[in-house]
Design a protein around this ligand. Structure first.
Ligand code: ADP
Ligand code: MG
Length: 858
């Protein structure tokens, strides 16, 4: 590369340290980018790419964004997963010798943004660190810089478990060691679509060590250090709001693998990826964004301990019964702003006067909230209420120091209340008195000069002046007035007195603005001491909010409190919480579920579209709702506590993942059967569809047998392989159930009702009919089906036969049948082709058709 100018040398030197970020290089009123940064940024931001030193042999690609509009461009890049390093001039160009000194003051990354316009208020924004150790364990730290919370978990069962754990969490960025194997790095990017960052130095001795000194496991300490090192290195500012890391014992929560998180559409739907249509959508009647974030966490980590579940249910029940009080509670919560994120921004030093007024208003509602909570008659709620302290001191500070309607800017004054600071009051008096004097000056001058139209005014450039119209100039006495500005119709003057007063006013105003800023910073600093208190408050309020949300949704959707028993499961008139919401009321057909030791496995048959998948998911969602402490959609429920939920949708139904290969189906089935215990719930929906009939059937059967004999997990198994229904003769704990459908005038009517026993037939052809396939085709399929059924021996499959052999015969048999049939029909098709419809009357056509049809039906 040719020799660079000193400034470009400086640029290149800084860029060296920020290779994976766009370097926003401050040049006057612009942030400029150069070289590849410029090329990519110009494309991503749709801004013009220019050249620096265009006349020279190797001009440098360059583009830039104005300083004042940078926020939007940065937002755009960060939302796309990029990082942006902000490089400022750190000395006054006037005093610089040579090139102005520049430094990166902040690295903005997807996981470290704090600006509320870049954050989704209803979702956490995690930066996560991942560390791995020789003993095969992984440590994961979740940190939300915007709220200050951190949690940390150890994963001891291998890399796949790490992906299952991380899946669906609101992670924007993962910090790893550069030595993490490449395929793992790739998987993190592909499966979680996050930004990867590297941090190899893990020892940490800085002031924030207190945040993790309590972790007495070297692995946890390392993982947390990795995260803190990275955040400190990139953010270069106070992290006083960070809370000590909370250890998550993964074993204390119901485990959901990534397939279940996705298939059950817990927080987003599979196809549209939105909240609408998910379980979260139904359950979210939270009032605050803190509550909304907590609800999402609860949905993804259902509880395992009955006493913890019952504790939540007790509160929900109390809220449920206290309708009026709950209404006031919801009203009260409405005026509570996002205390968690406010606390974060106080620490980061980017709250303004308006934020603090919001804070004050939120906090002054707390006593009311406590009063409302005290009206509920419940020990649980009393305990919660007692843990809330009215933040009187803090409210007092904000009340005494800030005006009610401060401007957005914190540097232009008008923030601080009169009486808060003596010096400030003096400045204000000085300027007020000065202004008063000027007001009176106008009167005085009018009298003395007898010019009625004389006025005293002010503008930014010339300051205060006395204005006299040209017609009256002759009335002015000589000497006292000094001309300042000439207008078309008037002249403007000053007097020595006026100048003196002006000086006083301006000086007082300037000083008071400066002092106000200083005072504001001091207040902001003082507030830092209250951060832990605010966070504690936020925690309690979000919990109350989620529990009242459960009560509200349970009441409006008529959910019932579940009971927990061992082993058995009994649901009376259960409903699918989401499907019933998207239907007109009363359209959803409720169904019972009954499972005990002798019906551990329910084999569900029934026509397509009859409601098998819905029934299975309904059970999983009901179980999950119970274990997060919510009432459940049914008339009565006895549930058992599950340790894990596994779901597998047959490849044919799995349109979404784009990987509808049989291999994936088998991998996922394997994941379920190798991890499930007798306390798990397994949903296998039409497994085996991804391969040929006999293959699939054989595998489906052996999977059922394996679960029955080796795992004994409660299992719902839907299948369109009718042959499997005879399994109840050999597997004592398997029970057949089916979804009822009825034929009505040759059409099938779905009743969506679950009944004991196996379905009679698969009704596939009826569904085809519903889909309006040509009737000639439907008739043909009916004949074929009869043929097949006559030829094939019904009943249990022979276990020993290898699956591939079976499929070979099946294909051959099918092929020969198709051929012979085609011949028989050929002549009829020939005749049809020859018909000249234009020469026939409708009646002729009718007769001809009738004749052909008869021939066909022979
Ligand atoms: P299957 O898995 O048997 O093919 P689905 O469970 O996908 O059937 O259900 C098909 C459709 O039937 C669903 O989209 C839903 O609209 C409707 N449905 C399912 N179960 C019920 C029910 N219990 N009550 C009313 N409608 C239902
Ligand atoms: Mg289905």
């Amino acid at each position: 590369m040719s020799k660079q100018t000193p400034m470009m040398e400086q640029y290149l030197r800084i860029k060296e340290d920020y290779r994976d970020a766009f370097l926003f290089f401050r040049l006057g009123d612009f942030y400029e980018m150069f070289f590849d940064d410029a090329v990519v940024a110009a494309r991503e931001l749709e801004i013009t790419l220019t050249k620096r030193d265009a006349a020279k042999a190797n001009p440098i690609p360059m583009c830039g964004v104005p300083y004042h509009a940078a926020a939007n461009y940065i937002k755009n890049l960060v939302e796309k997963g990029y990082k942006v390093a902000i490089c400022e001039q750190v000395e006054d160009p006037k005093h610089a010798k040579g090139v102005v000194k520049r430094e990166v003051v902040q690295l903005i990354t997807p996981g470290t943004v704090m600006e509320s316009n870049m954050l989704n208020e209803k979702e956490n924004n995690y930066i996560t660190s991942l560390s791995y150790f020789e003993d095969g364990t992984y440590a994961i730290v979740y940190n939300d810089l915007s709220t200050g919370e951190s949690s940390i978990a150890l994963v001891t069962d291998g890399w796949d478990a790490v992906i299952h754990e991380l899946y669906n969490q609101p992670i924007k960025e993962i910090v790893v060691s550069s030595t993490l194997p490449d395929d793992h790095k790739q998987q993190l990017k592909d499966k979680l679509s996050v930004t990867l960052s590297y941090q190899d130095e893990v020892s940490f001795s800085g002031e924030y060590r207190v945040l993790f000194d309590h972790l007495n496991d070297e692995r946890l300490v390392q993982a947390f250090s990795r995260l803190l090192n990275y955040v400190q290195h990139t953010q270069k500012r106070s992290l006083d709001h960070l809370q000590p890391a909370q250890i998550i014992e993964l074993k204390q929560f119901l485990k959901l693998d990534m397939y279940s998180k996705r298939n059950l559409e817990l927080t987003e739907t599979i196809i549209k990826k939105g909240k609408h249509g998910s379980l979260l959508w139904v359950l979210d009647h939270t009032v605050t964004s803190m509550g909304s974030r907590l609800l999402k966490k609860w949905i993804e980590r259902p509880l395992l301990r009955q006493n913890q579940i019952e504790e939540r249910l007790d509160v929900v029940e109390t809220f449920y019964n206290g309708f009026m009080e709950r209404d006031s509670l919801r009203e009260g919560l409405k005026s509570v702003y996002d205390l968690e994120r406010l606390a974060g921004r106080i620490a980061f030093g980017n709250v303004n006067g308006r934020d603090l007024i919001q804070l004050k208003q939120s906090l002054s509602k707390i006593p009311e909230l406590i009063t409302v909570l005290k009206q509920f008659d419940s020990n649980q709620i009393d305990k919660i209420t007692q843990s809330i302290e009215s933040p009187n001191q803090l409210v007092g500070l904000l009340e005494s120091s800030l005006v009610d309607n401060p401007p957005i800017s914190v540097k232009d004054g008008s923030l601080i209340r009169d009486g808060y600071n003596e010096t400030l009051d003096k400045y204000r008096d000085a300027s007020k008195n000065g202004k008063q004097w000027i007001k009176e000056l106008e009167k005085k001058e009018k009298v003395e000069t007898k010019i009625k139209s004389l006025k005293v005014g002010y503008n930014r450039v010339f300051g205060y002046y006395i204005e006299v119209t040209k017609a009256n100039l002759h009335l002015l006495p000589e000497g006292r007035y000094e001309r300042k500005q000439t207008l078309t119709n008037a002249e403007r003057y000053v007097t020595p007195e006026l100048k003196e007063k002006e000086q006083l006013i301006l000086e007082a105003e300037e000083k008071s603005v400066e002092l106000e800023y200083e005072l504001f910073l001091a207040i902001r600093n003082q507030l830092k001491a209250y951060i832990p208190e605010l966070q504690k408050l936020a925690e309690v309020i979000s919990k109350i909010d989620v529990l009242q949300s459960f009560a509200t949704v349970s009441e409006s959707n008529n959910y019932k409190r579940p009971e927990f028993v061992e082993n058995n499961l009994q649901i009376k008139n259960g409903r699918h919480p989401v499907v019933e919401k998207v239907m007109k009321s009363g359209e959803f057909v409720p169904n019972d579920v009954f499972m005990d030791q002798h019906s551990n496995i329910l084999l569900i048959t029934g026509p397509n579209m009859s409601g098998k998948s819905t029934y299975m998911r309904q059970l999983a969602l009901t179980v999950l709702m119970g274990q997060i402490g919510c009432f459940v959609p049914c008339e009565r429920a006895e549930l058992t506590i599950f340790d894990q939920i596994f779901t597998r949708i047959g490849a044919a139904d799995d349109l979404v993942s784009g990987q509808s290969t049989f291999m994936v189906e088998m991998l996922e089935a394997n994941h379920a059967i190798s991890n499930a215990t007798s306390n798990s719930l397994i949903l296998l929906d039409e497994i085996g569809r991804g391969t040929s009939t006999y293959d699939g059937m054989a595998l489906a059967q052996s999977i059922v047998e394996y679960i029955h004999n080796h795992i004994q997990a409660k299992t719902l198994f839907s299948t369109h392989y009718h042959e499997l229904t005879t399994l109840d003769q050999t597997l004592s704990n398997l029970k057949n159930i089916h979804v009822r459908a009825e034929e009505y005038e040759d059409n099938v009517v779905f009743l969506h009702q679950i009944k004991d026993g196996a379905a009679d037939e698969s009704y596939g052809i009826h569904v085809a009919k519903l889909a309006n396939l040509p009737s000639i085709l439907i008739d043909r399929a009916t004949t074929l089906l009869q043929d097949f059924e006559n030829k094939e021996p019904k009943g249990n499959l022979v276990h020993e036969n290898s699956a591939s052999q079976l499929s070979f015969f099946a294909e051959e048999a099918a092929a020969s049948q198709v051929k012979s049939v085609t011949k028989a029909e050929e002549s009829i098709i020939g005749e049809l082709k020859k018909l000249n419809l234009f020469d026939m009357t409708p009646l002729d056509a009718m007769n001809e058709l009738n004749r052909l049809q008869k021939k066909l039906r022979k």
